[in-house]
Every structure is written in structure tokens, then in C-alpha cells.
Design a protein around this ligand. Sequence first.
Ligand SMILES: [Zn+2]
Length: 206
Amino acid sequence: MSDSYFYPQRMGRIIMQAMEEVMGHAGMRAIFNLASYPQFLDNYPPASSDRAFSFETVSGLNAALEQAYGPRGGRGVALRIGRATFVYGLREYGSQLGLMETAFRLLPLPTKLHAGAKSFADLFNHHTDQVVRIEETDLYIFWHIERCPLCWGRQAEEPICHLAVGLLQESLYWLSGGKIFNVEETRCIARGDPACTIRIEKQPIP
Ligand SMILES: [Zn+2]
């Protein structure tokens, strides 16, 4: 599989900062060894917008989590890393998302979810090689990742893009001012599906 698609270096950096927050420095060392990326130890990518952080690297880090913690443990860790990734990502990209203004914060929840999903998808579609398509019904928002770095080049029986689930969970928590939503990956390219689909219930869990 060739390294033909990329995240900006800054996103690679954000993912590694989030991983380190969840796993600590020793955990990072183990992951970099498992994934055969010793060059990243104590040397994260710069906070630049060049698209040079390959999908293969993102996928390799994700696979190493499963190797280190087992499929179930790896899933839990990846969800936590996804949540932390949102927090770091908001610091870097928050102002350009256009979601920080008071006027936005005061909108009704369904409007915020609709606008937030679009703005978030635009960020990926315009600044990375990841392709996201939003589909919305009365009950759900479907976040279709049509070109996905997390499972890039992998095969699996079950969906494996848990980091994206954690990222969306945390973004919804933030958008709604502290509500919890049902978020589930229902399809995954690694399983042979046409896209990695993350289904979000628009009604928060009471
Ligand atoms: Zn995927």
C-alpha cells in the first residue's frame, strides 16, 4: 500500500499528544516500538499544515493499540484517545471551525448538531485527504468516512475505527454543553463495507 494520502503534520501531532495523555510516555514508547516508528519517540511531528503524515502511519498506530492492549482493551484506549484528540484539536482548529462564537453557542441543539457536523466534515475535507460525507435523517446523523486513515490498508471482522467514535462523542459532548449521545460505528472499510459509517443518535441519552 503506497503512502498516497495524508493528514497535515499538525493532526499527527495532535493524535500523538492525545495518545501520550492517555497512555503516558512509557505507553508511547511501546506503541512506537510495536508500530516500528522509533523516529517519533520524543520527536512528534511539527504543528504545520503540510500534508505529510501518511494514512499508513495513522493506521499503523491504531493497529499497534490493538496489539498492545488486545482488541477489547485497545478499543477502550482508542475511544479515550479519540476524546482527548478532540480536546487538543479544538485548541488548534477551534477558531476556524466557527463554532466558538456566543451566537453559535445559543442556537437550539438540533441546529448546533447540524451545523457542527457540517463544519467538522469541512475541516477534514478541506485540510486533509480524509473524505467525509454527512447524511442526516430525523433520528440520526451518519458520518460516512469514505476515505479513512484509521483502518487504511487493514482487514477486520468488526469495525475498528474507534478513535473516530471517541472523537465524535467528545465533540457532541462539547457542542451540546455536556450531553451524552449514542455513537456507534456500524460499517467499516476494513470489513469490506464501502465506507466507515459512524451513526449518531440525534437525541441525547436522558
Ligand atoms: Zn475506517
